[in-house]
Design a protein around this ligand. Structure first.
Ligand SMILES: Cc1cc2nc3c(=O)[nH]c(=O)nc-3n(C[C@H](O)[C@H](O)[C@H](O)COP(=O)(O)O)c2cc1C
Length: 441
């Protein structure tokens, strides 16, 4: 029996391609209509996805209007989806840099209760510089964000552990108590950035702790992910870099004394599917032909901390020297490095680079038949590049339906993907252990 793979559905707008929002194959409902997200979660659940996931940026991005990139608050969406689904994991992004541990711990523990153990937190340190102005702050440097993140995550874990599993007694027989105070403890967390007394005002949640998801990819980010994350999202344009990342992250986790099997690695996959290979390639070309290169140019500039690319002709081959050194950036160092790497390797023009990024923003984009996509998934998962995928539909529903209707059944027929959920919680479906309480177990 091959190792079972895991699939997460990553929803953004009406699809991940930057032109998806007004594509004729896109869902006509408003991006603020919760029925749209409920339908997607229910479809993903029927297809037996492990989880559905929402990213978040704490500002109106500079492509929000041209690319339809806005959505309801992800944590609030999870509460609604918890009421309309029964099995699928529910993952939302929460920022360590622009939130408080107590608020966030309470919100995600509440989602875990509401969903009977299906919550996951995508831990981010928020790389976009302009967000700081929405909080009356200066942008925090890359390394400092991870230092804050270490304290944030440690204090959140402590808050989740501050109630023993048996602390809630709810004894209504007369003269009884609701909770046993001996089984609830302050945490007295004292860090450089955060001080949290505790305990949390919510009982320990069904999973003990919601599943911790992270996507660190720089050297510092990989250590952070390897130490804390139970599922790791990651972006690769080539199988070779995915294999290098997979090996490295599992080794780092083992070096931290963790069981590397308790870290599920999920690279992004943005497949454009067609009945034949020619049709799939034509679908991708059609999507890219709708793209406005000036929107892409602005997004590229944001990735490189506002660097000016306006003087570069769209059809001019790019040079590595056209880009700032990724290591010197205080934004997302790793994605910037990935861009510079393919420019160096492939000598793309700016137009070609922007087309490459319009679909998956640096995640693996490919065009093929359902069979070819199933082959690719099987190959990466059996060749040390992935434990499954973070599936990013290019256009919803036009290009998601063939994945659900054709690719998933192929994976099931090959014995690679579940036909029924194994467990009741997200942890159980991902094969993750239930964490012990630091204070009580
Ligand atoms: C699939 C995926 C989703 C992400 N979602 C978010 C997000 O919602 N908000 C955010 O600020 N960063 C997000 N990130 C960025 C990561 O948190 C992280 O900054 C990035 O992977 C680069 O890591 P580094 O800072 O170690 O270079 C995401 C990354 C990936 C791969």
């Amino acid at each position: 029996m091959p190792k079972p793979i895991h699939l997460n559905l990553f929803i953004q707008s009406r699809g991940h391609h930057e032109t998806a929002w007004d594509h004729p194959g896109a869902d006509p409902r408003s991006l603020m209509d919760i029925s749209y997200y409920v339908d997607l979660a229910q479809q993903a659940e029927a297809a037996r996805f492990d989880s559905i996931f929402f990213a978040d940026v704490l500002m109106m991005t500079n492509d929000a209007m041209e690319s339809g990139r806005f959505w309801p608050d992800p944590v609030i969406m999870l509460a609604a989806l918890a009421m309309k689904t029964e099995h699928i994991g529910l993952i939302a992004t929460g920022s360590c840099t622009y939130s408080e541990p107590y608020n966030l711990a309470r919100q995600f523990a509440s989602i875990d209760h509401l969903s009977n153990g299906r919550a996951g937190w995508n831990i981010v340190t928020t790389w976009v510089e302009a967000v700081a102005a929405n909080y009356g702050r200066e942008h925090t440097a890359h390394g400092d964000r991870y230092e804050m993140g270490e304290e944030f995550v440690a204090s959140v874990k402590d808050l989740w552990d501050s109630w023993a599993d048996d602390a809630l007694v709810d004894d209504r027989s007369g003269g009884g108590v609701c909770g046993n105070l001996d089984r609830i403890t302050p945490i007295d967390f004292k860090g450089e950035y955060y001080q949290v007394k505790g305990p949390l005002n919510v009982p320990r949640s069904p999973q003990g702790r919601p599943v911790l998801v992270q996507a660190g990819a720089s050297d510092r980010g990989r250590d952070f992910a390897a130490l804390h994350a139970e599922a790791i999202f990651t972006a690769h344009l080539e199988k070779e870099t995915a294999q290098e990342f997979y090996k490295d992250i599992k080794k780092r986790a083992a070096d931290f004394g963790r069981n590397a099997d308790q870290v599920v690695v999920l690279p992004g996959l943005n497949p454009v599917i067609g009945g034949t290979e020619e049709e799939a390639k034509a679908n991708l070309l059609e999507l890219n032909s709708r793209m406005d290169p000036e929107v892409g140019r602005r997004t590229l500039s944001q990735r490189f901390a506002g660097h000016d690319f306006s003087h570069i002709d769209l059809d001019q081959p790019l040079k590595v020297s056209d880009f700032p050194d990724p290591e010197k950036l205080e934004t997302m160092k790793s994605r910037a490095a990935l861009i510079v790497r393919i420019v160096g390797n492939e000598g793309l023009t700016l137009r070609e680079l922007l087309a490459r990024f319009a679909g998956g923003r640096g995640h693996y984009t490919t065009a093929g038949t359902p069979e070819q996509i199933a082959d690719l998934i099987e190959d990466w998962c059996t060749d040390g590049a992935a434990d499954g995928f973070n599936y990013m539909p290019p256009v919803i529903p036009a290009l998601m339906t063939p994945f659900i209707d054709e690719v998933i059944p192929l994976l099931q027929k090959r014995g690679l993907f579940r036909t029924e959920y194994e467990g009741a919680t997200l942890r159980e479906n991902l094969g993750l252990d239930r964490p012990k309480s630091r204070f009580f177990d």
